[in-house]
Design a protein around this ligand. Sequence first.
Ligand code: CP
Length: 301
Amino acid sequence: MKKDILGIKDLPKEELLEILNLASAEKPKIQNKNFRDNSLKNTSVTTLFYENSTRTKISFLLASGYLGAITDDLNISTSSVSKGETLIDTGTRLDVMGTNIIVLRHSMTGSSHLLAKNVKASVINGGDGINEHPTQAMLDIFTIKEQKNNIKDLKIVISGDVSNSRVARSNIFGLSKLGANIVVCGSSTLISPHFQSLGVYITTNIKEAVKDADVVMALRIQKERQNTATFPSTSEYAKFFGINDEVLSYAKKDVLVMHPGPINRGVELSAKIIDSEKSLIDTQVENGIAVRMAVLKYLSN
Ligand code: CP
């Protein structure tokens, strides 16, 4: 039995596919709003978010609730973390109180691995610094598979603030395991040279990147993780790397557009594209609940 979900990099392909299959079984259930399942009725799930979140936190709380778990959200600003309690001490106190699963989001790369080594509870990485955000990649891959049936040989473009993106790293690991051709695009200041070793094609030209693409995944500009300016202004970023109708005219006719959210409207994506039928952004959010139900069940079996 698996204890933790900390990343996609070290998750075997078979286990990733097993979680995606579990999510397929959960998706029809969440579309019935009266659905309840008691498979986690003896499980307690705590969200421990040191960074802000809307989608990840709420979807884990909803997923846990739909499965009958006892749920708690530890509000960091009103918790004893504000008095100096460490991450490990916080986690071990949650252990003593009987939490079975901790969903952690933290700005420190490796924080979820650190916590997992020091607590009895299962730890799910809800985003650790610039390292990984495994359940976001799972829901992204699930959403692509739902639309295109297969990941193998799809041309998938990941554009934007790649260096600072845990979403990009988890997606690159997952999509590569499933045989996608991945193109990464952004200014050279937004793509760390180490991405070359991940087997992706890198370009600074958005039209070259998008040419014949099946899927374009835009990433948020993460101002909170940039110590120095990596581009002159958001309007210049939008001009050179923003995804709009003209850029998408280079892609395949049935191209799909994704974004993990939250979006800087008019920067990474034009407002028209966000609200167009090519956009999978709402589907990603809905699928997040099914995928997180699958992950919770996977850890509880
Ligand atoms: N995509 C994502 O992680 O969104 P939140 O920050 O709202 O959880």
